[in-house]
Design a protein around this ligand. Structure first.
Ligand code: SOE
Length: 370
């Protein structure tokens, strides 16, 4: 079978999630190409060696520039903070590598557009990792919407709530620095709600946004004092979709008790769908004039549900990590067929334009068009 030598740049949270996916995909599915976990790259040599050993990479490197130009590397998986996505992706595209990139695609619209242009000019496969599209219950919701099961969509309500920086003495990690992360809750978790909105409902045309930073200074990680938090702690937006639907998107890291509460509810002319990541195997469905009045719960673990056939018998539930395995599976199919796969860098640009409009609107206190 054809092999794909993969190089991963980054090795922390997303590095672990993606490594597990590369390792598991061929154990449970039949991808058309066999991924080889060739080299893992990170700046700290000991840390990257430890991570590579644990996660199963053949080699390590401390230079992404070297890794990206290696002839024996076919694909680059970018799992670094947002400020390095563009330089890595541009170099990878120039070197003719297929690219998988963590969300959000970039820190600005300009960077995202350059990444898309570079990938298109080089003709390389490109995919953005918004893993939640590939939770079986979410993919099932998409199928039901496409089949017209809930009619014309009128409302999308997306909330992504966490609480990990509630303590004002939690350090100013990279996700709280604009230069590294681009934005705060907006790009980190609001981008997931937004991506699901575009996936399930359609393109967004106009937004009214609000951003707030509750804790404006935090202890620096090296203990040298306190540093400014220059990203949002909470982001909210009202949105209008091109197809006439209306919606709201909210991302916050200040919702005590909410750990990774990525929820949406969609109301159509004939029914409603609701999903909550913390109960990710379930899809709540209401069908007007259906046999039962009220919502019913579909346990999305049957072989007929998207992605489930590779795993376990019905009821043997899946988790967070499986969404990455499904992403990698579809990436391998796209590389094999040299065909586009969603979300692509083009989706990344579209998402970034909406994130940018939310920031512009929060500053101008007026509605902004995309
Ligand atoms: C941290 O807020 C984080 O890990 C995000 O960066 C991920 O994208 C999200 O899936 C879970 O939360």
């Amino acid at each position: 079978m054809k092999k794909l030598n993969v190089a991963m740049i980054g090795y922390q949270f997303m590095g672990r999630a993606h490594s597990n996916a590369w390792r598991q995909v061929g154990r449970f599915f039949d991808p058309p190409i066999e991924p080889v976990m060739k080299v893992m790259c990170g700046r700290n040599p000991e840390a990257v060696r430890d991570a590579a050993r644990k996660l199963g990479w053949e080699e390590t490197s401390t230079s992404w520039e070297d890794v990206v130009s290696r002839d024996d590397v076919d694909a680059i998986d970018i799992c670094t903070p947002g400020d390095s996505h563009m330089p890595i992706a541009l170099a990878a595209a120039r070197a003719g590598k297929a690219i998988l990139c963590e969300k959000p695609l970039a820190n600005t619209v300009d960077e995202a557009e350059k990444m898309l242009a570079a990938a298109e000019a080089a003709g390389v496969p490109h995919m953005l990792c918004h893993n939640y599209r590939r939770a079986p219950a979410v993919a099932l919701a998409k199928r039901m919407i496409d089949e017209g099961r809930i009619g014309r969509i009128r409302h999308y309500r997306g909330t992504y709530l966490q609480d990990w920086i509630l303590d004002p003495d939690f350090p100013r990690v990279w996700r709280l620095e604009k230069a590294k992360a681009g934005s705060g809750a907006l790009g980190d978790i609001g981008s997931h709600s937004l991506d699901l909105a575009r996936y399930l409902v359609g393109e967004i045309s106009e937004v009214s946004g609000l951003l707030e930073t509750f804790v404006k200074e935090r202890p620096l990680e090296d203990g040298s004092g306190r540093g400014k938090v220059d990203v949002d702690d909470a982001a909210l937006a009202l949105v209008r979709f091109e197809n006439g639907a209306v919606g709201s998107i909210e991302g916050t890291r200040f919702a005590p008790g909410r750990k990774n509460y990525n929820r949406f509810e969609i109301n159509g002319s004939r029914g409603s769908l609701a999903f909550d990541l913390e109960r990710m195997n379930e899809l709540q469905v209401y069908e007007e004039n259906g046999p039962d009045s009220g919502f019913r719960t579909i346990l999305a673990t049957d072989a007929a549900h998207p992605y489930v056939d590779g795993w376990w018998p019905p009821g043997h539930i899946l988790g967070y990590e499986h969404t990455f395995t499904h992403t990698v599976l579809d990436f391998l199919h796209a590389v094999h067929r040299n065909a586009p796969v969603a979300p692509s860098f083009e989706d990344g640009v579209k998402n970034q334009r909406v994130l940018d409009a939310i920031e512009r609107s929060a500053a101008s206190r007026t509605w902004e068009t995309i």
